[in-house]
Structure formats: C-alpha cells, structure tokens
Write a protein that binds this ligand. Structure first.
Ligand code: TYD
Length: 226
C-alpha cells in the first residue's frame, strides 16, 4: 500500500481493564507503524511528563494517603493537561501518529462508572484538560475482569486500582462496553481472550484501512465528543 505521508497526524487510543494486554498491543502497533515509515509516538497515562510521573505515582502508589474521588478526577486530568500541552499536541502538529495507552475514556470508565462520579462533570473536566482533543480511534481490549487481575499477581504488590474489588472492575468494564457500543464508528472492540498475534492483526487491519478516513473525520470533529 502507498501512503500519503502528508495526511497523517492521527491520535489512536488503547483502553481496557487491568491486565487486558493493551500496553503490549500499543507497542506492537507502534512497531508496525514505524516499520511502515510513519513518525509515531507512544505515550502512557498517567505520566509522560515530569509532573505527570509524580502525580501518577501518587495516584497509584500513595496507598497511605486518602484521596477523594473528585481529587482523583482532578489529578488524572492535571497529569493529562500537561501531557497534551507538552507532548501530544506538539507531536500531532508535526504530523506524528500518537498512540496513547489510556486517556479520557479511562477517567470516564474508572472515575465515572467505577467510582460513581457524574459522567457529564467528568466530560467537562476532561475537555478542559485536553482543550477538546479527542482520539480518532479508540481500541478497546475487552475481557472478563478476573482473568486480567490474576495477571497482576500478589495482592500485596498491587496498586490502588488493582486492589479495588471485582465489582468495581466489572463496572469499569461495563462502562467501556457502553461507550464502545454507543459510538461504534470511533471504537474498535477487540476480544482480548484471543491470542495476541490475532489481536495485532485485527488492530492493524483497522488502522491501515482507516488512515485517510480518520484524518478527514478529525477535521470535522476535532472539538466534538463521540
Ligand atoms: P498503570 O499500572 O499505569 O496502567 P495500566 O493498568 O494501564 O497498565 O495504572 C494506571 C491506573 O490508573 C489503572 O488502574 C487505571 C487508572 N486510571 C484511572 O483510574 N483514571 C484515569 O483517568 C487513568 C488515565 C488511569
């Protein structure tokens, strides 16, 4: 396939419950895209900047510190605001394909469906943090939550989110599925029980097909949610 390198500058997001393998798939996609000659940048939330890394450590490993759900929402978005301004927007402006391992949909799933914060409030705050920057494609690696949590190992080694009970993680999963089903044109739903290689093929197929179309969609819906 011949690519027109002038049209890229895409934003692809990977989402999923704990242990779904999204980080592995995000890295595999980065390899494939850069192997095809695209300039590509992979980022991971929370973190990716000096301030984001510190906020991320506090959120995941500050086990002895009480953090209200609203504080959690604001801290994830503080990390995000810095990442968008310092890293993601400049890369997209230079026509990079940016792959993000978690972004605004994690906040809707975890702080919204998981913790029970109001979804509209979350969307408002997410939008303030990102300046309305939305992903062109969201890849959801879906699996039943027990299997994923088992991959996280011993309870004592788990972070603040991995320690939450099964019901919390089930709400997070349900939230992702609701969002994906509401906007199938933007979400690619992948059954994460499949072998990694097969998932990689499905993701690559969709990304390849969508390269030009996604760029058009981006012009039209840069600031709108969907
Ligand atoms: P981490 O171990 O960095 O990532 P992953 O689970 O993606 O391998 O953990 C990040 C945790 O933060 C994860 O449990 C999801 C949670 N999280 C939120 O609750 N809200 C958010 O907005 C983001 C970005 C992450």
């Amino acid at each position: 396939m011949v690519y027109n390198f002038n049209i890229v500058g895409l934003f692809i997001l990977f989402e999923g419950v704990e242990g779904s393998g999204k980080s592995t798939q995000a890295r595999a996609l980065r390899r494939r895209l850069s192997g095809s000659g695209f300039p590509v940048l992979l980022v991971k939330e929370p973190g990716g900047t000096a301030v984001g890394d510190k906020v991320g450590r506090l959120l995941k490993h500050g086990l002895e510190i009480g953090i209200y759900s609203l504080t959690e929402l604001l801290l994830f978005n503080a990390s995000r605001a810095q990442l968008v301004a310092e890293v993601i927007r400049p890369a997209l402006d230079q026509n990079y394909i940016v792959i993000s391992d978690r972004y605004t949909e994690s906040t809707l799933a975890y702080q919204g469906y998981g913790r029970g914060l109001d979804l509209e409030t979350i969307e408002t705050i997410n939008n303030i943090a990102t300046g309305g920057l939305r992903p062109d494609l969201i890849v959801l690696l879906d699996m039943e939550v027990k299997g994923g949590l088992r991959r996280k190992g011993r309870a004592a080694a788990r972070d603040r989110f991995e320690r939450e009970d099964i019901a919390f993680h089930q709400r997070v999963r349900q939230g992702y599925l609701e969002m994906a089903n509401a906007y199938p044109e933007r979400w690619l739903l992948i059954d994460a029980a499949q072998p990694g290689k097969k998932m990689g093929e499905l993701i690559w197929e969709r990304v390849q097909q969508s390269l030009p179309a996604l760029t058009d969609a981006r012009q039209n819906s840069y600031n709108s949610h969907g």
